[in-house]
Design a protein around this ligand. Structure first.
Ligand code: F6P
Length: 550
C-alpha cells in the first residue's frame, strides 16, 4: 500500500516545513494586516478563525493538495453514499443519514433507510411526549421524575454530553442521570434518593452484550424489584436502545419498549438516533430536530464546499500538519462554556477510538504518527490548572477554543470576562512575550536590573503556539449539532489522509477478553499462576486481601 508519506504532497510539505520552521506567527501577522480575514471560514452557524496557526497561504495550499492526492473528496462521497467505508467490520458509516433532513433517499444494500430512520424518530417522539407530558405513568400511576441512562462509551458519552450542553433547555420535572462505570459506586450513588415508582431506566447498548452495561442494568432491575413493584411493572420503567432485539428480549425488556438502530451506525456516532433518547426526553423532540438540522447543515457544507473552504477539512489538515510535521502529540479542547464541560470527554472517544490506529485500512503498518491525544476542560478553569504547560512547557499543544457569543445566563459581566479570557489565551499563546518586552515591563514596574536578569528566563513566553477559535452565536441545539458534526468530519478527514479505518475499534477487545477470564478467576477464589508474575501477583494479592476483609 502507498504510504501517506510516499505521496508527493507529503514530501512537498516536508520540504516546506524544513524551509519555514523558524517562521513565526508574529511575523505572519505583521506581514498581512488582514490575516484574520484571510484565514477564517463560516458555515452552518459555525465560525472558524484559524489565523493563529503556523501556516501561510502556501502551507494551506500544500495541505489541500495533499488532501486531493489522498482522495479525500472521493472518500467523503463514499461515506455519504453508503459505501463500505468500515471494511474490517463489513459496514457502512451512515450517521449522516440519521440527520438527513433533506427527504433524499439513502440506500443501503438496495434499500432506502430513511423511512426506517424516520419511523424510530416518530416512535421516540410519541414516547418522549408521553413522558414529558406526564402521561407515561409508573406502576403506581405517578409521572416519571427521574431518567437513568445506563450505557457506556458511545451509549453514554454522547447523550450525557448533549444533555449537559443543552441543560438550559431541559424539562423541569425530569432529572437526567447517567450510569456507565461498572464500579458499583456509580449506580449506588445515582440510585440514592431516587424513587422506583417515578424512575425510568434506559438501557442503552448497541450490542446489548457490554459487560458494564448489563451488570448495571441487572442491578437497576434488582433495585426496582426490591420495591413493591413486580415483574409485570418492568415494562413501565425499563426501555432499551439497541440493534439487538434478541438480547433485549432475553434481558427481560419487552421489544415494544425498544428503540432500534442499525449496524451501519457506529457506537460513537449513535447520539443522532435511538441513543439520543435521553436528549429528546430532556429537550423535547422539536429541539432534537433542530439538533439534527444543525448537523445536517454541517454535513451539506462538508459534502459540497471546496476543500480550501471546508471547515472540517481545514481542521483535519491542521491536525495532520502539527501531528506529522511539527511532532505534536496532543490536541487541547478548551470550550469557554460551562455547558460544554463533557465535550472534551466525548471528543476523546470520538477521536481516539477512531484514529488511535497503527495500521492502514488494508492492515499494513503505518509509517507515520496517527491520532493525537485529545484532552481538555472548560475555560476558564483550565487556565488555573494546566495552561502553564501549554504556554511555557516543552510540548507543542495545538488548541481549539470554543466560544458562544451570547450567554444563556447573562449575569453581570460574567460573559464579557469569559470572552476576554478566551481571546487573551489565544493571543498570549500566539504572541508570547519576548525578553525585550519583559525587560521594559519590569523596568516600568520599578524592578532592578538584577531582578530582571534573574527572572527573564522564567517570565518570557516563546509564543508561536497555535490555536483555532470556533465561535457560534449561542449554544443551542442547532449549534451543538453543527459543532459535533464538525468534529466527526474532521476526524474522518484525518483518517482519510492517514488511510486508516476510523470506524472500527479492535483495540478495546484484548482488555475485554482478559477481564472476562480474570473475573472468573476472582470469582473462583483459587490462587492463580497462568499469567505473568505481576498479573498473578496482583490477582493473588486481591484474593487474599479480599478474603481477609470478607
Ligand atoms: O468498548 C468500546 C465500545 O465498543 C464502544 O465503541 C461503544 O461505544 C461502547 O463499547 C459501548 O458499546 P455498546 O453500545 O454495544 O454497549
Amino acid at each position: 500500500m502507498t504510504q501517506p508519506t510516499d505521496l508527493r504532497g507529503w514530501q512537498r510539505l516536508s520540504q516546506h516545513y524544513s524551509a519555514n520552521k523558524d517562521l513565526t506567527m508574529r511575523s505572519l501577522f505583521a506581514a498581512d494586516p488582514e490575516r484574520f480575514e484571510h484565514f477564517q471560514l463560516q458555515a452552518a452557524g459555525i465560525f472558524l478563525d484559524y489565523s493563529k496557526n503556523r501556516v501561510s497561504k502556501e502551507t494551506m495550499q500544500l495541505l489541500t493538495d495533499l488532501a486531493r492526492e489522498a482522495n479525500v473528496e472521493q472518500k467523503i462521497t463514499n461515506m455519504f453514499a453508503g459505501e463500505l467505508v468500515n471494511p474490517t467490520e463489513g459496514r457502512q458509516a451512515l450517521h449522516t443519514a440519521l440527520r438527513n433532513r433533506s427527504n433524499s433517499p439513502v440506500v443501503v444494500e438496495g434499500q432506502d433507510v430513511m423511512p426506517g430512520v424516520q419511523a424510530v424518530l416518530d416512535r421516540m417522539h410519541v414516547f418522549s411526549d408521553q413522558v414529558r407530558n406526564g402521561e407515561w405513568l409508573g406502576y403506581k400511576n405517578e409521572p416519571i421524575t427521574d431518567v437513568v441512562n445506563i450505557g457506556i462509551g458511545g451509549s453514554d458519552l454522547g447523550p450525557l454530553m448533549a444533555c449537559e450542553a443543552l441543560a438550559a433547555f431541559a424539562h423541569e420535572r425530569l432529572n437526567m442521570h447517567f450510569v456507565s462505570n461498572v464500579d458499583g459506586s456509580h449506580i449506588a450513588e445515582t440510585l440514592k434518593g431516587l424513587n422506583p415508582r417515578t424512575t425510568l431506566f434506559i438501557i442503552a447498548s448497541k450490542t446489548f452484550t457490554t459487560q458494564e452495561t448489563l451488570t448495571n442494568a441487572n442491578s437497576a432491575k434488582t433495585w426496582f424489584l426490591e420495591s413493591d413493584a413486580n415483574e409485570s411493572d418492568v415494562a413501565k420503567h425499563f426501555v432499551a436502545l439497541s440493534t439487538n432485539a434478541e438480547k433485549v428480549a432475553a434481558f427481560g425488556i419487552d421489544t415494544n419498549n425498544m428503540f432500534e438502530f442499525w449496524d451501519w451506525v457506529g457506537g460513537r456516532y449513535s447520539l443522532w438516533c435511538a441513543i439520543g433518547l435521553p436528549i429528546i426526553l430532556s429537550i423535547g423532540m422539536e429541539r432534537f430536530y433542530q439538533f439534527l438540522e444543525g448537523a445536517h447543515a454541517m454535513d451539506e457544507h462538508f459534502k459540497t464546499a471546496p476543500l480550501d473552504e471546508n471547515i472540517p477539512v481545514t481542521l483535519g489538515l491542521l491536525t495532520v500538519w502539527y501531528t506529522n510535521f511539527h511532532g505534536a502529540h496532543s490536541h487541547l479542547i478548551a470550550p469557554y462554556d460551562q455547558y460544554l464541560h463533557r465535550f472534551p470527554a466525548y471528543l476523546q472517544q470520538l477521536t481516539m477510538e477512531s484514529n488511535g490506529k497503527s495500521v492502514h485500512i488494508d492492515g499494513s503498518a503505518v509509517d507515520c504518527e496517527t491520532g493525537p491525544i485529545v484532552w481538555g476542560e472548560p475555560g476558564t478553569n483550565g487556565q488555573h490548572a494546566y495552561f502553564q504547560l501549554v504556554h511555557q512547557g516543552t510540548h507543542l499543544i495545538p488548541t481549539d477554543f470554543i466560544l458562544p457569543m451570547e450567554s444563556l445566563n447573562p449575569i453581570g459581566n460574567h460573559h464579557e470576562l469569559l470572552m476576554a479570557n478566551c481571546f487573551a489565551q489565544s493571543e498570549a499563546l500566539m504572541m508570547g512575550k519576548s525578553s525585550e518586552e519583559l525587560t521594559l515591563e519590569m523596568r516600568n514596574a520599578g524592578a532592578s536590573a538584577d531582578e530582571i536578569d534573574r527572572l527573564t528566563g522564567h517570565r518570557t513566553f516563546s509564543g508561536n503556539r497555535p490555536s483555532n477559535t470556533i465561535m457560534m452565536q449561542r449554544l443551542d441545539a442547532r449549534a451543538l449539532g453543527a459543532l459535533i458534526a464538525t468534529y466527526e468530519h474532521k476526524v474522518y478527514v484525518e483518517a482519510a489522509i492517514w488511510n486508516i479505518n476510523p470506524f472500527d475499534q479492535w483495540g478495546v477487545e484484548l482488555g475485554k477478553q482478559l477481564a472476562s477470564k480474570i473475573q472468573q478467576e476472582l470469582a473462583g477464589g483459587k490462587t492463580v499462576s497462568a499469567h505473568d508474575s505481576s498479573t498473578n501477583g496482583l490477582i493473588n494479592r486481591a484474593l487474599k486481601l479480599r478474603n481477609l476483609h470478607a
